[in-house]
Design a protein around this ligand. Structure first.
Ligand SMILES: Nc1ncnc2c1ncn2[C@@H]1O[C@H](COP(=O)(O)OP(=O)(O)OP(=O)(O)O)[C@@H](O)[C@H]1O
Ligand SMILES: [Mg+2]
Length: 194
């Protein structure tokens, strides 16, 4: 399978998961993330807002805000292919449908955050391999965004086992994640960022 075939195949498998399953597995994944050292140490994190049966981040967003962490969510600039982190104060009150129907801060709730201040980025994706390599929806949004963070910033991807493949055939611009958390395991890709 090439990258596009992997995308289609994995998206189809993920979309065929019933809502209860998605909820149940998301809960397991988010609990594991919130119990991890890297999460506990992170003071400022950017978290995607899930859509299309991605692992649901709602419980983590709520908890992180309660714990006093600084939580940002991405605003998608379709034309510039750019993600801008925006500080979230009220969840879900600050959010309304934006690019592709993904929830993002409404006009009156936009509070840009400098990517260099992020300790952790919780990254969405379509498919991942054991090396932490990531296949997204094909826009290169995260591949453009992640290099603008600090060298110590941890990239963590929640994913369901159906999203794990042997090889996503990454290219030179694809930015891997350091950790993948699934409902069954934690994959520490051990990648050193340059
Ligand atoms: N840092 C970059 N600068 C310029 N173009 C880039 C960069 N990263 C990726 N691209 C381009 O963006 C396009 C899509 O990349 P790719 O197929 O890796 O998307 P993706 O990782 O699936 O998407 P996303 O990151 O939005 O989830 C490719 O043409 C790629 O060359
Ligand atoms: Mg990519």
């Amino acid at each position: 399978m090439n990258r596009n075939e992997i995308r289609q195949y994995v998206l189809r498998s993920r979309m065929s998961m019933p809502p209860d399953r998605v909820k149940e597995k998301s809960k397991i994944i988010m609990e594991k993330i919130m119990a991890s050292d890297v999460y506990r140490k992170a003071q400022s994190l950017m978290v995607y807002v899930d859509f299309r049966n991605e692992a649901g981040t709602g419980s983590l967003i709520v908890r992180a805000l309660e714990e006093g962490k600084r939580v940002s969510v991405p605003i998608t600039g379709i034309k510039e292919k750019k993600l801008t982190p925006s500080e979230l104060l009220d969840y879900p009150g600050d959010l309304e449908p934006g690019a592709w129907g993904i929830l993002e801060p409404g006009k009156s709730s936009i509070r840009p955050v400098d990517p260099m201040t992020l300790d952790m980025v919780i990254v969405p994706g379509v498919a991942f391999d054991p090396g932490g390599n990531r296949l997204g929806y094909g826009g290169g949004f995260y591949d453009r965004f992640l290099p603008g963070t600090r060298p110590g910033t941890v990239y963590l991807a929640p994913a369901f086992e159906v999203q794990m493949v042997d090889n996503v055939f990454p290219g030179p611009l694809d930015v891997p994640v350091h950790l993948v958390f699934t409902e069954e395991r934690v994959i520490a890709a051990g990648i050193k960022k340059v």
